[in-house]
Write a protein that binds this ligand. Structure first.
Ligand code: SF4
Ligand code: SF4
Length: 445
């Protein structure tokens, strides 16, 4: 470990952000003091195996990272939340867990979304994260298991410049590939043997929470978990192409108010005041939706359970909540919901979405990958396009100009003074060809 810097400085200097979700800067999370550290190793998006393959390939490093983070945040209890059938991952981690401080496993059955922070914290600690809150509000820090690998690298002053991503679906060689940040999705897919289809679409991330890749030339960033290549008429693709007007029209014509979407909503089950069927009823009635119902949009995690599993009518409360939230944000409204439920719903714990059945319903069962495998490391491409914003917070400020020679790992984007953000580094050695539109383009030397 570098001797001079604290872990916080090392993690900040190396630009580590959460590998799952919104890419929250890790050094900010590590500044907290809590009693419990939860490591999210439940990887529950169907088809993705990035966390599993990465952890198995570097289990000792991951555990080193966990111990360092636990010391930093002062956690007396360290728990790895993991699916009980991830046998290879458990076997890889177990030999490194001996000694102090104790690290325990919490085994989840195979349901979705076990990896939701709120669900995970409640199942492991019995505490309920408040509405609109974060685990820190109940004395818990949750870190993704792959982020622990990035933390370990930061302890040796190695910046976050490469990312492991699952490439699955209609490709010749599905698997997990390690790519430099800024490499295009098209190049990563080509490295996986290219698509087996003439025409295809790409899901950026998991099939439940990931979006449609807008442009195949868009780059891998720190939060990229995977690319799923699918036929253009695949259900998962079509669901993402439903126009807003169509979603609203369908709701007003078809919703039968069965309330299955509410009864299966993971946040409702934790006691949060979110009832998606009420949002649908608001649209059905054709009147202005009440303030209280609109406010539920702040509590939706966009997990997709209502859309992909609960609703037999093919409707999407998730889509409706997204529209409502966009409107609230455009109007400058803030989340008014901050209650902390005392207890979860009685049925929480037994109303769970089996991931295997969900995967079949999504039409993805034929694309499943094994739980372990060798990560293929990709060679540096000729060009990388590195966005200055790959994280929650403000974009970084470029500290290089056109014509500068840079080496891999060199700082190219600094956190704006006093703002939330993360540093950005060159992922290959070369010459800066462009700094425009919030992107630094580097050509390999
Ligand atoms: S599950 Fe579907 S049909 Fe039933 S209330 Fe929800 S949106 Fe309406
Ligand atoms: S996407 Fe649907 S199920 Fe998930 S939190 Fe939002 S309303 Fe609930």
């Amino acid at each position: 470990m570098a001797l001079s810097d604290s872990l916080l400085d090392q993690v900040r200097n190396c630009g580590v952000v959460g590998s799952g979700g919104a890419g929250f800067p890790t050094h900010v999370k590590l500044a907290a003091q809590v009693d419990t550290l939860v490591i999210n190793a439940a990887e529950c998006e169907p088809v993705l195996v990035t966390d599993q393959w990465l952890t198995i390939s570097a289990a000792a490093d991951v555990v080193d990272g966990i111990r360092a983070v636990a010391r930093q945040v002062g956690a007396g209890r360290i728990v790895i939340g993991i699916k009980e059938h991830y046998h290879a991952m458990i076997a890889a981690l177990r030999p490194h867990l001996a000694g102090a401080p104790a690290i325990e496993f919490h085994f989840f059955q195979d349901f979705y979304p076990a990896g939701d922070e709120h669900v995970m914290v409640h199942d492991i600690t019995g505490r309920i994260v408040p509405e609109g809150g974060i685990p820190l509000d109940v004395g818990v820090v949750v870190q993704n298991v792959s982020t622990m690998h990035a933390v370990r690298r930061a302890m040796f002053d190695q910046p976050f410049i490469r990312k492991a991503v699952t490439v699955a679906g209609e490709v010749a060689r599905p698997g997990v590939y390690e790519a430099p940040i800024g490499m295009s999705a098209a190049e990563v897919i080509n490295a996986a043997g290219g698509s087996t289809l003439d025409r295809f679409e790409v899901i950026d991330g998991g099939p439940m929470m990931g979006g449609l890749q807008k442009c195949i030339e868009d780059p891998v960033i720190k939060t990229t978990a995977g690319y799923i290549v699918l036929p253009p008429d695949h259900h998962v693709v079509r669901a993402r192409k439903v126009p807003d007007r169509t979603a609203l029209r369908r709701t007003s014509a078809v919703c039968c108010q069965c309330r299955m979407c509410t009864d299966m909503c993971p946040r409702f089950l934790l006691g949060h005041r979110i009832e998606p069927h009420q949002a649908m009823r608001g649209i059905l009635a054709g009147r202005e939706v009440s303030k209280d119902v609109m406010a539920m949009a702040w509590l939706c995690s966009q997990c997709g359970v209502c859309e992909e599993y609960a609703c037999d009518m093919g409707l999407s409360p998730k889509h409706i909540f997204k529209l409502m939230k966009e409107r609230l944000v455009a109007e400058g409204k803030k989340n008014p919901c901050h209650e902390r439920p005392e207890t979860a719903m009685e049925q929480n714990g037994w109303i769970r979405v089996p991931k295997a059945r969900l995967t079949r319903r999504l039409g993805l069962a034929s694309y499943l990958l094994p739980h372990s495998g060798e990560i293929r490391v990709l060679r540096d491409p000729w060009l990388v396009r590195i966005p200055l914003k790959q994280h929650a917070g403000a974009p970084s400020i470029p500290v290089v100009t056109v014509g500068d020679a840079v080496r891999a790992g060199q700082l190219i984007g600094e956190i704006p003074e006093g703002r939330l953000g993360a540093r950005i580094h060159a992922s290959i050695s070369g010459v800066v060809r462009d700094v425009a539109g919030g992107v630094v383009t580097i050509e390999r030397s």
